[in-house]
Design a protein around this ligand. Structure first.
Ligand code: CA
Length: 485
């Protein structure tokens, strides 16, 4: 009966067929991209015209947070809609199905609804650059088809052309785990991300007449920061300013807050820091150009009005703020992510949203926007989603919202099942972010507590956790930890 009525409505309004009315999804994920490198989030130097254009069209989330500032735990979380503590995935080695075999992933939700669901490049965790061109730590049930491009960046790596801060290291610590970069010869199209854009455009062309969920995971600006030379030329090092770190900064905060620091970073001179920023910006602008190719293809194929576009990074990134580089901290630079959602039907398009939202919300959001069911607990082996739909904020970015955002990170080496063991001691830091504050406890507060008031201290230079004036704020935020369903 419902189906007949729907078809009748189509005939009356002369609209497209029921199947064609389904919204498509183009899901674009960047790797290790910080907000501070994007024009639409306030960067004065780094250029990102295509992501800026998307932000102007859709809703730009200014307080969006990852659940864990590391590839595998974060990606497993947002691609399932389940928190790291539900999946018990805290490092880069454990596939989430080891712990929660029957979880229904975002890709599975769309497959069940009859969508064509395809992945290009890095969606679930991949070791970068070591696993480029492979399946990485993929989740096979999530996709109907997968494409793993491999570009000349891998050839240049094999020729040892890439500068690394850690030249004596082998394995992932040589390029992926440290600062490394290359101003590459050749064109955009030869790079892995250039090939990923090309493959994604081909998929859009092939699937333009049926509902699709196409996911494109770019590898840049993850280390090694590799991009064609022309992008390096856009950022002369003498134009690059380094972030300020107050004298004695580390002594005012708990030690675990800085435990992501790596020994080799002590080799960084100001000139090397500027070169690292130049390379990171070059890799970002190169990746942005590939995003632009995808957006142009949507226009050319007349898909722009019936495709929801999501752009995000798996977590944030330090570029020297707090004296830190890369990820794995619970400061804003590491926990905060760029997130843009463009649904052509949304009333809030073109406006920023300042509400605290989480990447774990994406599964519920996209299912809601496309009218698809998600697990409701009928089967106890299939967990309900931990996130909620952001649809109300897409229609009204200033709508009332009472959900804070959570980010957690481990210190020490977690076991692959996530369970603590005597042999392998480790602990968690949990952080809760409201629109004004961030409150963090390390090991339940036993290894330190932090509180920042962003109204007066946007750079997180003053830890207010012990300040009597903030005692009531601490009490309220403490009650929110750890996150619960
Ligand atoms: Ca990452």
């Amino acid at each position: 009966m419902t189906r007949w009525l729907a078809c009748a409505a189509c005939i009356i309004v002369g609209g497209p067929t029921w199947a064609a009315e389904k919204m498509n999804v183009l899901f674009i994920v960047s790797d290790d991209l910080t907000n501070t490198a994007l024009g639409c989030y306030g960067s004065k130097l780094c250029r990102s015209p295509n992501i800026d254009k998307l932000a102007g069209r859709g809703v730009r989330f200014d307080r969006a947070y990852c659940q864990f500032p590391l590839c595998n735990p974060s990606r497993a979380s947002f691609l399932t809609g389940l928190r790291p503590d539900t999946l018990r995935v805290y490092e880069n080695a454990t596939p989430f199905r080891n712990n929660v075999p029957e979880a229904q992933s975002l890709g599975q939700t769309f497959q069940k609804a009859g969508y064509t669901v395809v992945r290009v490049g890095k969606l679930y965790h991949y070791g970068v650059p070591a696993q480029i061109g492979t399946d990485g730590l993929d989740d096979k049930p999530s996709w109907m088809k997968t494409i793993n491009p491999r570009g000349r960046d891998k050839d240049d790596e094999e020729k040892d052309l890439i500068f690394t801060l850690n030249p004596n290291a082998k394995g992932s610590a040589r390029y992926g785990g440290t600062l490394s970069w290359l101003a590459a010869d050749g064109t955009d199209a030869e790079q892995t991300d250039g090939l990923s854009a090309e493959a994604t455009i081909k998929l859009l062309e092939e699937n333009k007449d049926k509902p699709f969920f196409i996911a494109c995971g770019f590898f840049r600006p993850h280390t090694p920061y590799v991009a064609p030379k022309k992008y390096f030329d856009m950022y002369p090092t003498d134009k690059i300013e380094l972030p300020k770190v107050p004298e004695g900064h580390w002594k005012q905060h708990p030690a675990p807050a800085f435990a992501s620091h790596k020994k080799e970073q002590e080799k960084l001179t100001d000139e090397l820091r500027r070169q690292a920023l130049q390379a990171y910006y070059a890799a970002t602008t190169f990746m942005d150009a590939q995003v632009g190719r995808l957006l142009d293809a949507l226009e050319r194929l007349k898909l722009a009005d019936k495709t929801i576009v999501v752009f995000l990074s798996d977590h944030g990134y330090h570029l020297g703020e707090h004296g830190l580089w890369q990820k794995m901290s619970l400061f804003e630079n590491s926990a905060r992510v760029p997130l843009i959602i463009y649904d052509p039907r949304a009333k809030g398009n073109g406006r920023p949203c300042g509400r605290t939202v989480e990447l774990v919300d994406l599964h519920a959001t996209l299912a809601d926007l496309c009218g698809l069911p998600v697990p409701q607990g009928q089967d106890p082996k299939v967990p309900r989603l931990d996130g909620v739909s952001l649809k109300p904020l897409l229609d009204n970015p200033a709508a009332p919202w009472n959900r804070p955002a959570y980010t957690q990170v481990s210190r020490g080496t977690p076991t692959t099942t996530g369970e603590p063991t005597g042999k392998n001691p480790w602990y968690m830091g949990y952080s809760v972010r409201t629109e004004r504050y961030r409150y963090t406890e390390w090991d339940g507060g036993r290894k330190g507590v932090q509180l920042y008031d962003y109204d007066t201290d946007p750079q997180e230079w003053t830890n207010r956790a012990e300040d009597p004036q903030y005692a009531e704020v601490v009490k309220q935020l403490k009650a929110l930890l750890p996150p619960t369903k």
